[in-house]
Write a protein that binds this ligand. Structure first.
Ligand SMILES: [Zn+2]
Length: 315
């Protein structure tokens, strides 16, 4: 069972007409999960506080954070052809980070048999491409990286970020490149946006070996994907993380207009099941997932539901 964090406020980050990262994404996931029996409790978005501001600055340049606030206050600005700040984007992106931080804190505080140890956090805009001083790839603030940094600051020695969005989470990788306490594991399409994530990108200094990239060719069959995923999860479990955070993107779905890697709903169910088993083995079931990509509006809700149900079916 999983706790859901979702809120209509995440539809208030606006992108230009026809943009794939649109408000309806959050709406369709929320609709699918509202009747999902694997959800044991639902929570609204969490308002940002002073702590959210300082948390953002653990991974982002303070001037960059201020520039997004100013751009929103001025009515909006485009950071590049894909990535847009609207009038409400700063507030909404901060609330997305605050909500993931709240869900993570609840998972860490929950007793061992509590379903609050598993959370699925449905936010917009997504985060894993956001670099320390630059938003890109639809992302403004890197929510999952902020949550990992806060968990480390709070005393955890080892945190894993597992990223199954079909695009490489270049921002997350960059933020923990030299960090020994955060393992970053990404499975993604080889040669897909943004072009980073080769297998020989493994980190530096204390972080050497903590970055694990598994680039997969576009013709990868679901069975091959599962074998690669299972092998990556073995490395997660042997790292002995105290918390697993998940960049949950659903754009490896076969029909995804922005990605696509041959996966179907049943594969996301399998991913949820395997991740839950890994979290049970490594860290008492502490598994907190945040929505990243996934752009097929017809399928997205069902894919997220399959993932959450997979977590509940483990064991
Ligand atoms: Zn993606």
């Amino acid at each position: 069972m999983t706790h859901l964090y979702a809120d209509p406020v995440f539809e208030e980050h606006q992108t230009p007409p026809g943009h794939p990262e649109c408000p309806a994404r959050a709406r369709t996931v929320l609709k699918a999960l509202s009747t999902c029996e694997a959800i044991s409790a639902s929570h609204p978005g969490i308002r940002p506080s002073e702590e959210t501001s300082s948390a953002l600055r653990l991974v982002h340049d303070p001037d960059y954070v201020a520039s997004i606030e100013e751009a929103a206050a001025a009515g909006g600005r485009s950071l590049d052809s894909d990535t847009h700040v609207s009038a409400r984007s700063y507030e909404v992106a901060c609330r997305a980070t605050a909500t993931l931080l709240g869900a993570t804190a609840a998972a860490l505080a929950a007793p061992s048999e509590s379903s609050a140890r598993q959370a699925f956090v449905v936010v917009r805009p997504p985060g894993h491409h956001a670099r320390p001083a630059r938003g890109m790839g639809f992302c403004l603030f890197n929510h999952v990286a902020v949550a990992a940094a806060v968990a480390r600051q709070g005393g955890l020695e080892r945190v894993t970020v597992l990223d199954f969005d079909v695009h490489h989470g270049n921002g997350t990788q960059e933020m923990f490149w030299r960090e020994g306490g955060v393992q970053y594991v990404s499975l993604h399409g080889r040669g897909y946006y943004p072009g980073t994530g080769a297998a020989d990108e493994t980190g530096e200094a204390d972080g050497l070996g903590r970055t694990i990239n598994v680039p997969l060719p576009s013709e990868t069959a679901p069975g091959e994907y599962q074998a690669a995923f299972a092998s990556a999860l073995d490395r997660v479990v042997s790292f002995e993380p105290e918390l697993i955070l998940v960049s949950a993107g659903f754009d490896a779905y076969v029909e995804d207009p922005v990605g696509g890697l041959g996966l179907a709903a049943e594969d996301f169910h399998w991913i949820g099941c395997e991740l839950r088993a890994a979290a049970d083995a490594a860290c008492g079931g502490r598994l907190v997932s945040v929505l990243e990509g996934g752009y097929d509006l017809e399928a997205l809700g069902g894919l997220a539901q399959a993932y959450v149900e997979g977590q509940a079916s483990s064991k």
